[in-house]
Design a protein around this ligand. Structure first.
Ligand SMILES: [Zn+2]
Ligand SMILES: [Zn+2]
Length: 158
C-alpha cells in the first residue's frame, strides 16, 4: 500500500486510483484549489469516459468532505475552494488567509480556541478568512518598489 492509500484507508475511504490522485493533487498545492481547477484536472483532461469520470469525481469529493479529509473554504470570491485538513476527523477550526494580489487562499496554522463558543452551542461549519497580502506578493511588491527607486536615482544622476 502506498502512503496515500494508507491515509485514505485510515479515514475509511477505499483507495481507488482517482481518489489517490485527487488527494495527491490537493496535497501538493500550497494553497487551496478551486472546484473548477479540480474539475479541469480530473474531468476535462480525462481522455475516456468523461461522463462517468464526472460522476465519480463529484462523488469522491463529497466522500472526502464527509470523512473530514478535505474542507471547503469560502473566501468571499464566490468560488468554492478545497484544501486538505491536517487534523482530519477532529474539529479543525483554523483560520484562512486570502491574498488580494494573487487571489490565493491558504490554511493558516492558527486555530480557534476551543472555548470560543459558549456552552450549549454546536458548530456545523466554519468560515474564517483573513484578507490581505501574502508573503510572496509582499516580497514582489517591495522588490518592485526598490527597483523603481533605483531607476529613479539613476535617471536623476544622468
Ligand atoms: Zn499573494
Ligand atoms: Zn483550511
Amino acid at each position: 500500500m502506498t502512503k496515500t492509500e494508507k491515509i485514505l484507508s485510515y479515514h475509511g475511504i477505499r483507495p481507488t486510483q482517482m481518489r489517490s490522485k485527487i488527494y495527491k493533487f490537493l496535497k501538493r498545492k500550497q494553497s487551496a484549489v478551486s472546484f473548477s481547477d479540480l474539475k479541469k484536472a480530473f474531468v476535462q483532461k480525462s481522455e475516456t469516459n468523461k461522463t462517468a469520470n464526472r460522476t465519480t469525481f463529484y462523488r469522491n469529493l463529497k466522500i472526502f468532505e464527509d470523512k473530514g479529509l478535505i474542507h471547503q473554504i469560502n473566501d468571499g470570491t464566490g468560488v468554492a475552494k478545497y484544501a486538505i485538513s491536517e487534523d482530519a476527523g477532529k474539529k479543525d477550526l483554523h483560520l484562512h488567509f486570502h491574498c488580494t494580489q494573487c487571489l490565493e487562499t491558504t490554511c493558516l496554522p492558527s486555530r480557534m480556541p476551543e472555548d470560543c463558543l459558549p456552552a450549549q452551542y454546536q458548530t456545523q461549519g466554519v468560515n474564517l478568512v483573513l484578507r490581505g497580502i501574502c508573503k510572496k506578493c509582499l516580497r514582489k511588491l517591495s522588490k518592485m518598489r526598490n527597483e523603481s527607486l533605483w531607476t529613479e536615482k539613476n535617471v536623476q544622476r544622468t
